[in-house]
Design a protein around this ligand. Sequence first.
Ligand code: ASP
Ligand code: MG
Length: 413
Amino acid sequence: MARLVMKFGGTSVANIERIRNVARHVKREIDAGHEVAVVVSAMSGKTNELVGWCRDASVLHDAREYDTVVASGEQVTSGLLAITLQDMGIPARSWQGWQIPIETDGAHGAARITGIDGSKIIQHFNERGEVAVVSGFQGIHRPTGRISTLGRGGSDTSAVALAAAIQADRCDIYTDVDGVYTTDPRIVPQARRLDRVSFEEMLEMASLGAKVLQVRSVELAMIHNVKTFVRSSFDDPADPKPGTLICDEEDIVEQQIITGIAYSKDEAQITLRRVADKPGVAAAIFGPLADASINVDMIIQVVSDDTVTTDITFTVPTADYERAKTILEGVRDRIGYASLQGATDVVKISAIGVGMRSHAGVAARAFRALAEKGINIRAITTSEIKFSLLIDAAYTELAVRTLHSLYGLDKAA
Ligand code: ASP
Ligand code: MG
């Protein structure tokens, strides 16, 4: 007997028929003798609708009431799945975040889990043989007693955190794809499903644009060493495929140099021309942006030839682009730059692989391959296990395909 957490995303619970299908997946594990806690998302599209309603009601709404509204989508699906399981003769009950409780900090709309008391769920396993159907995405901020939510995609994080709290043997994240791919299969049909991917690589992939898992969920899986699978709810419930295992690097036998290519269109470029080349300038630029909670990602400062002025280029999330420009225009006198140029039609392409630690010249090959295709690189950043390139958005598909085959990731024809 094992203890499992099974998480089902919005498309997997989109209607009653699909919820019934989810119940069949749960039944398979119950029939195999396992203890199961299920974490559910809201029906697909529901959270967007709820968010929209809050905006329509008031653009500047109270974040606590926003959470009250958007947390309701998961309450509906948890109840519906419990009803469906009961209808199949499987004892089940729903649990809202506050009932368990799943405690969070007070950052409404983007709260972090601070603790989960798994004892009641375990007690119900023992005493009633009952499936726990848990609403994902939500918790309670204990000091105020208010409902909180974990940020978009947060049900993944609920699932992994719950798995750690109840010492589950495994956390299965069921979604509409059958695992983690070397890149987005909609762009590269030759993309391959990975049998295994390391926590660190998955963390980079999620941070750099791959949308399978919420970043925080991967962090938690890594910290608590939760054996996490990404798999499809659309597989036959009687005979599902295992999906992709996210695990320790040491547990991956055949390690490629590059494991995946990610891309993110959520980047905008800002260039400040002829900034005074003197101490304190970078602080004058990035300080006000940090104060406004704008995340600056890639930064390049050109070494000046006149030692008087220099150019600085960096990227910010597209959503913060206008705000960043306004802030920089406001402190123009303090920074003293000649002009501000910006571009939103850019994309960040990243190659990720732990093999980069031990191989030289990995990125250089990419620069050459992209140059041969006539793709200009606007900015570059590297870290131990990834490099990222900022290019014109029009070349997204060509660049992703080029790097995917360059590093031998295409599946055999
Ligand atoms: N329903 C929430 C969202 O759409 C949480 C989730 O699905 O993970 O973001
Ligand atoms: Mg999701």
